[in-house]
Design a protein. Structure first.
Length: 191
């Protein structure tokens, strides 16, 4: 009854207005007369348009599954009825059913998995202890954006790491050589 309340109000008011005009000889200003006729003529078109738009709106009776793999550029979006979604087997990386692997749930009707196969009704899930492919993709995107700076820093760090032994060896050798020279000259500093 609550869902049909607006329709019931309109259907009860419209006949009352028509009855007042027809039987009680109430005069209606020309503006309201034209507005009423226009509303009556446009109502079927509005009803058809509204029905079509409501059909396009979000329908919670479907589950959306995104096929997102960080290693593969192509993916897909699948719309499944809830019964078919419940029949999906979540596999681990070796194609075995594993209860510790699950799909990443982004919202009540939106999930992320990879390697979706609707013929076999299987999808590869994410192990609870690892990052899902959505987070990996985000991290890879951040690495790609910072690659120039990271590459320069990595090369500088590589140069320091490879030459650190030589620098320390040379400094130690020079210090030892200076101590030996001072000892040979007999000019060791007094403590």
């Amino acid at each position: 009854l609550r869902a049909r309340a607006p329709q019931l109000v309109v259907l009860s008011i419209a006949p009352a207005i028509v009855a007042m005009v027809a039987w009680f000889d109430v005069s209606i200003p020309r503006f309201w007369y034209i507005a009423g006729l226009t509303a009556l003529l446009v109502t079927p078109l509005g009803w058809m348009t509204g029905s079509k738009v409501v059909g396009w709106l979000y329908n919670p009776s479907f589950v959306w599954l995104i096929d997102l793999d960080a290693c593969v550029l192509e993916g897909g979006i699948y719309r499944l009825p809830p019964d078919e979604f419940r029949e999906l087997d979540v596999l681990d990386g070796e194609e075995f059913i594993n209860s510790t692997y699950e799909l990443t749930q982004l919202s009540p009707n939106l999930y992320v998995g990879r390697q979706v196969d609707l013929d076999d009704m299987t999808v590869v899930g994410t192990w609870r202890g690892t990052l899902d492919d959505r987070e990996l993709t985000r991290a890879l995107r951040a690495v790609h954006e910072c690659r120039g700076q990271l590459q320069d820093d990595a090369q500088r760090g590589f140069i320091l790491a490879t030459s650190a032994f030589v620098v320390v060896r040379r400094a130690t050798r020079n210090t030892v050589q200076r101590v030996v020279e001072l000892f040979e000259d007999g000019a060791l500093p007094d403590p």
